[in-house]
Design a binder for this molecule. Structure first.
Ligand SMILES: [Zn+2]
Ligand SMILES: [Zn+2]
Ligand SMILES: [Zn+2]
Length: 202
């Protein structure tokens, strides 16, 4: 959010003049980056608890992921992490991303119809994904309510369910706007219960 309604208040400090919307924008940015730093430290701590070393390269890689609002390809993560750790190799990046995704410490997202994988830092709580087939944007949602279905499936098949993943593919509001008529009508899933603000669909 970088605009507010109504007349703008101008704050005049001896060294600069700022509008309130600009101040709110700056505070939001600082808040996001502090959150990103604390999230990478939390993920690193969990990695250590699983017996992996907390190397400077792994921290640089985590910072690259958590400091982005969008999901990133391994190559984009590599390029960002290299700014902090020039010695990091692409193989290390791929290997570490695999470990982190397998441990459920970051989200691995496969684009619809493509064989590309990308990664997002997400809240560590259980959540599902809405994936845009147009621009590739990913939004998280919580509150999937699949307990009844799991219980029924377990009962019918004798299968012990330990976890599940929930991903929906479709088109975000922006992509629907730019190609009107081409895509299916508005999908009620866009109103999914609660969007987490780390990488929302615009
Ligand atoms: Zn996620
Ligand atoms: Zn889109
Ligand atoms: Zn779920």
């Amino acid at each position: 959010m970088d605009t507010i309604n109504g007349p703008e208040t101008i704050v005049n400090l001896p060294w600069m003049s700022l509008t309130t919307s600009r101040i709110i924008f700056i505070i939001n940015e600082i808040h996001f980056h502090l959150q990103a730093m604390s999230l990478s430290n939390k993920i690193l701590a969990r990695l250590k608890r699983r017996g992996y070393k907390a190397t400077p390269q792994r921290l640089a890689l985590l910072r690259a992921i958590t400091s982005s609002r969008e999901h990133l390809t391994p190559l984009a993560i590599y390029n960002k992490a290299r700014q902090e750790q020039p010695g990091i190799g692409l193989v290390t990046v791929y290997r570490t991303l695999n470990i982190l995704a397998q441990l459920g410490l970051i989200c691995e997202v496969k684009s619809a119809g493509e064989n590309t994988r990308s990664y997002v830092a997400s809240p560590l709580e259980h959540h599902g994904h809405l994936i845009c087939s147009g621009c590739g944007r990913v939004a998280d949602f919580t509150g999937c309510n699949l307990n009844d279905l799991e219980r029924q499936l377990s009962h019918d098949t004798g299968f012990t369910i330990q976890d599940h993943r929930l991903e929906f593919f479709g088109y975000c509001q922006d992509c629907r706007k730019t190609s009107s008529g081409e895509f299916p009508p508005p999908n009620p899933l866009n109103e999914a219960k609660k969007f987490i603000t780390s990488h929302p669909l615009k």
